[in-house]
Design a protein around this ligand. Structure first.
Ligand code: 13P
Ligand code: SF4
Length: 310
């Protein structure tokens, strides 16, 4: 097998040759984050995918992220190191079941988390991410009924924060839903000086103890600005790489999943290996292909999100 250094060299050479832009999510492996041009949360990556001069976008993340990049850029080639890297949360909301769910609330506006398929986005009025969900929902008149899916933890968190009832699709992310109050409180007791920070995909029983709640990017920025020196991080531990890079003197502890598992990993994000990244550039596949009718149907809800959170 080729060394990381050799793969970095080849990937960088291909990047120039192809005029490619490599985007990576914070949950990917450290070596993927190192070789990426931009590492970000879902919103930052969607924005980066929208505005760039590249001919090819290489997306090291999960399927819905690369699909969103393609929906925004039909003229560009969008590649993924592993097209089987899906998001189980997105897959927990099938089109037909969601269509029936929606039909139960005629008149409701549909706001969906970007962690959803293009088919679900096509059934939605507005897409959102964890960093702009609150900002978007605040713009909806109080009398307007809202359906929110597919993450019930994020939806429940915003509903509680804004004191606004929403109809929630009962999905969740297995990585974040794995954290429980008892195990998190034990970790906090063991590290009395640490600050608990959490992603809003965590359960309410965890969020209620957090000093700060936000998207991956917001959590990262918080660890830089906070006076605390130690953090218990209740999200996928891939983000710890960049947290440590930006604050080398601080200590980051991944929130334990249960008494036996010190971390809760997103297997799908970790499917993006450096070898597969290099191979996908070399082969120019797997490539994201989306039917034009579906693309146009899902584009409206993504555009509305970008317009509502400038
Ligand atoms: P953000 O990076 O937007 O916070 O999303 C987290 C996540 O679970 C992505 O799949
Ligand atoms: Fe999906 Fe959760 Fe993995 Fe994010 S961390 S990609 S929401 S399964």
């Amino acid at each position: 097998p080729l060394s990381h250094e050799e793969l970095f060299r080849r990937i960088n050479a291909l990047k120039k040759e192809m005029n490619a832009l490599i985007l990576a999510h914070y949950y990917t492996l450290p070596e993927i984050q190192q070789v990426a041009d931009i590492v970000g949360d879902s919103l930052a990556l969607a924005r980066a995918a929208e505005k760039n001069n590249a001919d090819v976008i290489v997306f090291a993340g999960v399927y819905f992220m690369a699909e969103t990049a393609k929906i925004l850029n039909p003229g560009k080639t969008v590649l993924m190191p592993d097209a089987h890297a899906g998001c189980p949360l997105a897959d927990s909301c099938p089109e037909e079941a969601f269509r029936r769910f929606k039909a139960g609330y005629p008149g409701a506006i549909v706001i969906t988390y970007i962690n959803s398929t293009a088919e679900i986005k096509a059934l939605s009025d507005i897409t959102c991410t964890s960093s702009n969900a609150e900002q978007i929902i605040r713009q909806i008149p109080a009398t307007q009924q809202i359906i929110f899916g597919p993450d019930k933890n994020l939806g429940g968190y915003i509903a509680k924060k804004l004191n606004r009832e929403m109809i929630l699709w009962p999905g969740c992310c297995y990585v974040h839903d794995a954290f429980s109050e008892a195990v998190i409180l034990k970790a906090c007791q063991e590290q009395p000086d640490a600050e608990l920070i959490a992603h809003p995909e965590c359960r309410e029983e965890v969020l209620r103890h957090a000093a700060f709640i936000g998207s991956t990017k917001a959590l990262l920025e918080y660890t830089v600005s906070s006076a605390a020196n130690t953090f218990i991080v209740a999200t996928e531990p891939g983000i710890l790489y960049e947290m440590q890079q930006q604050s080398p003197q601080k200590t980051f502890i991944p929130a334990p999943k249960d008494s036996k598992n010190p971390r809760s990993l997103c297997t799908q994000m970790k499917q993006n290996s450096l070898e597969k990244l290099y191979q996908c550039m070399l082969d120019r596949k797997p490539e994201i292909i989306i039917d034009e009718t579906l693309r146009l149907a899902s584009l409206g809800s993504i555009r509305r999100m970008l317009d509502m959170s400038p």
